[in-house]
Design a protein. Structure first.
Length: 372
């Protein structure tokens, strides 16, 4: 089933006979595994003792987890006003230790696609790997051109792309706990295999980070892909892109608001006139839950299947107008919401308290109160 999940994903993302893959537990595992493969490739094939990877500031922090865990040097590239990676910066910072570049196809903050064809050209010119993080966007953007939406090419059809991740547990509609990581050439996958022949438990060979894994999740992912099929995925994508068009129209109907980026389905917006988090508070009071962003402050509405139901966009347009009025005369100068990833727009603690407050929150999530 895993082999078939990989083959179906490679087919959707234009892989060829030289494409191999892994099924992982999610986007984060796919990204850290890709980063480890590039570190090992740099060491084993290019003899670079301290491999270095260049990634845009908008790339998902799971890459940084890999840099932290696997002690990989990193250079963070800025983005331009459209939130896409600054190619001149990338070109100027490639050095003798650089082993790979990262680009995203559907960034988490703004849903934009980095200039993957240009990154591919740079990668080929310098003999580097190029990972495309399609965790969020892979399974939805795959249908956009078929549906008549123009976008930057991002998948394995682009020369120079050597790996791509796409999460079956996002727009593949599988249960949480599954993602696919594709490598081209497939030998790259071997860079992170672990082989220990002298272990008393037997010669050990493991293809990735997981040990024992859930056959239930793998079979549910396989079943999800087969039951939707390409036509099912395409038809949901059509509804999602149409809904996004309507949400975008609602946003631009307010001169106080401005779009950030040019996403087809993950609509980010901010404001030069209002505190956008007051707009978020107004929306929250009416039952909407946006994600808060920073640098620049903004919100995003990442459209998913439930949002495509009749009436949702009309309700949003009505409530957004109310939220803009609320933000024009907020009851308190300081908004309740802020930019905290994964916290549903919860308030962001002041910078000096952020590290402790975040660690306290993580502790609290994992502890019950005193037992009485
Ligand atoms: C672009 C992108 N990459 C990676 C991830 C990480 O995925 P996961 O939460 O499945 O680990 C996300 C999560 O939203 C994402 O948006």
């Amino acid at each position: 089933m895993e082999a078939e999940i990989i083959a179906m994903t490679a087919d959707i993302l234009h892989g060829d006979e030289n494409t191999g893959g892994l099924v992982t537990s999610g986007g984060t595992e796919s990204l850290v595994t890709a980063m480890l493969a590039y570190r090992e490739w740099g060491r084993n094939t290019r003899g670079i003792a301290r491999p270095q990877i260049i990634m845009p500031v908008t790339a998902h922090p799971a890459h940084s987890k890999a840099f932290h865990w696997f002690d990989i040097d990193t250079i963070i590239a800025p983005v331009d006003e459209n939130q896409k990676v600054d190619l001149d910066f990338v070109r100027a910072h490639i050095g003798p230790n650089t082993v790979a570049l990262v680009g995203t196809a559907g960034t988490y903050p703004h849903g934009v696609i980095d200039p993957i064809p240009e990154l591919g050209r740079i990668a080929l010119e310098h003999g580097l790997g190029l990972h495309v993080d399609g965790c969020l966007g892979g399974f939805i953007l795959a249908w956009a051109s078929d549906l008549g939406y123009d976008h930057t090419p991002f998948d394995l059809s682009v020369p120079g792309v050597t790996s791509i991740s796409a999460d079956t547990h996002k727009y593949g509609y599988a249960l949480k706990g599954s993602s696919v990581l594709l490598f081209r050439p497939k030998e790259l996958r071997r860079e992170q295999y672990l082989l220990i022949d002298g272990w008393p438990g037997g010669a050990y060979a493991s293809p990735g980070m997981g040990g024992s894994r859930s056959g239930g999740l793998i079979s549910a992912t396989w079943a999800s892909m087969l039951s939707f099929g390409k036509s099912g995925y395409r038809s949901i994508a059509k509804d999602i892109f149409r809904t996004a068009d309507e949400i975008r129209a609602a946003v631009v109907s307010h001169p106080e608001l401005k779009l950030v980026g040019d996403s087809l389905w993950n609509i980010a917006f901010g404001s030069d006139e209002l505190d956008i988090f007051h707009v978020n508070d107004g929306l929250a009071d009416l039952g909407w839950r946006m994600n808060g962003l920073q640098l620049p402050p903004a919100l995003h509405f990442c459209i998913t299947r439930p949002n495509t139901q009749p009436g949702v966009t009309a309700d949003f347009a009505r409530d957004l107008a109310r939220a803009v009025s609320y933000a024009q005369n907020p009851p308190n100068p300081r908004p309740r919401s802020g930019a905290m990833y994964g916290a549903g727009g919860a308030a962001r603690p002041p910078r000096e308290q952020l590290a402790k407050a975040s660690a306290d929150r993580l502790d609290a999530i994992h502890e019950v109160g005193p037992l009485t």
